[in-house]
Design a protein around this ligand. Structure first.
Ligand code: SAM
Length: 355
């Protein structure tokens, strides 16, 4: 039986007001220094370490940016933004790590020279060095900040969260939340006292060789368990996951173009690919919003479409759990997942009443 298209909640169409009216409290801005401390690590500069057991889903950071600039900002704009900060925030900025190499693009140096109306020749070298230092800090510590509708991207510096080192098997999850204009960091699993809090700077679905290549940007070689013991099986599974994501997105683009001609068989085919990928992700313990969260949501849509309401409700419940754990109840993803669950339950009860 083919049911009519359900009222799918597309999170990109949820407006700020839609989400804001569902929020009752302002989360404030905080870092849970009762849960972690910063200290020097042997090889990775400063890191953040749990000083007590931290349960899965705990929000550890909820931080405002000190600098947030459009994606395309250059060295001059970054430097000017930093110099316009108050003394305390500037101090926090300059204290951050600077690991990236100088950019090969030197066009900004001409722009800097042209922008100055004074004779600065004697201090020009120092000025260029300061710009390069500000840029390297920016490049080392920036977090991506997407607008609510996902149409624009900025880069932000959040000086407390910037102390989080990287792992390809992370135990915390970071994401800029445009609803509350904060970067949030949540525990992805139960974290034991003494463990370092590690987030992933990159898409963890890539195999080791690709992850290493991307991580060169930050000037280090990752020593996490996935990179140090690159087990062929694990790498193969990550590659499989990456390929399945590509397949799912290709099928989805094809469906959008041929919506009216898309048959039940094709919906079932897509559901099969999604279910396979979900199984692999569950096995790998990749339980983030960008991996399992996205797939559960896609799976619910397909399962409802071909009349597998029980599966749809099961996955929608899991999607709600994942969004709550990774992003919290004040995220649009959580709100959308709850609405998806209500929709799936609604379709299920309507079917039960009919039969
Ligand atoms: C955002 S900062 C993280 C905090 C930094 N350790 C500090 O001292 O402020 C990123 C930099 O930390 C270091 N880093 C992060 N994760 C690392 C890792 N897994 N192994 C070695 N160095 C790492 C690299 O120098 C990287 O460019």
């Amino acid at each position: 039986m083919t049911v009519p298209d359900p009222p799918i909640v597309d999170i990109s169409t949820l407006t700020l007001t839609d989400v804001a009216v569902k929020l009752s409290t302002d989360p404030g801005s905080y870092t849970r220094r009762d849960l972690y401390e910063e200290r020097q690590t042997p090889e990775a500069g400063i890191g953040a370490f749990a000083i007590t057991n931290i349960p899965s889903g705990t929000r550890i950071f909820c931080e405002e940016s000190v600098v947030m600039l459009p994606d395309e900002a250059d060295q001059v704009e970054v430097y000017n933004a930093v110099k316009s900060l108050g003394e305390e925030k500037q101090g926090m900025y300059w204290a951050l790590a600077a690991s990236t190499k100088a950019s090969r693009d030197i066009g900004w140096i001409d722009r800097l020279r042209n922008a100055s109306h004074e004779d600065i020749s004697s201090t020009f070298n120092d000025l260029v060095s300061s710009h390069e230092h500000a840029w390297s800090i920016y490049e080392t510590n920036r977090f991506t900040c997407k607008s609510l509708d996902g149409s624009s991207r900025s880069l932000g510096i959040f000086p407390e969260s910037a102390r989080l080192n990287h792992s390809c098997s992370p135990n915390v999850f970071h994401r800029y939340n445009p609803v509350i204009n904060r970067l949030t960091v949540h525990a992805l699993r139960d974290i034991e006292k003494g463990e370092e809090l590690l987030t992933s700077y990159i898409d963890i679905c890539h195999p080791t060789v690709v992850r290493r290549q991307i991580l060169k940007h930050w000037g280090f070689r990752c020593r996490c368990s996935a990179c140090d013991n690159p087990d062929d099986d694990e790498d193969y599974r990550r590659k499989q996951i990456e390929d399945l994501f590509t397949k799912i997105s290709k099928r989805e683009s094809k469906r959008v173009k041929n919506e009216s001609k898309w048959t039940d068989k094709e919906y079932k085919g897509s559901l099969g690919v999604v279910a396979k990928c979900i199984k692999l992700l569950e096995k790998e313990g990749m339980e983030e919003t960008d991996t399992l969260g996205v797939l559960y949501t896609e799976g619910v849509r397909l399962a409802v479409k071909i009349g597998e309401e029980e599966k749809a409700v099961e996955w929608a419940e899991k999607a709600v759990e994942i969004e709550k754990k990774c992003l919290g109840e004040d995220s649009r993803e959580f709100v959308a997942a709850k609405e998806l669950l209500e929709m799936a339950r609604g379709v299920q009860s309507a079917k039960a009443e009919r039969s």
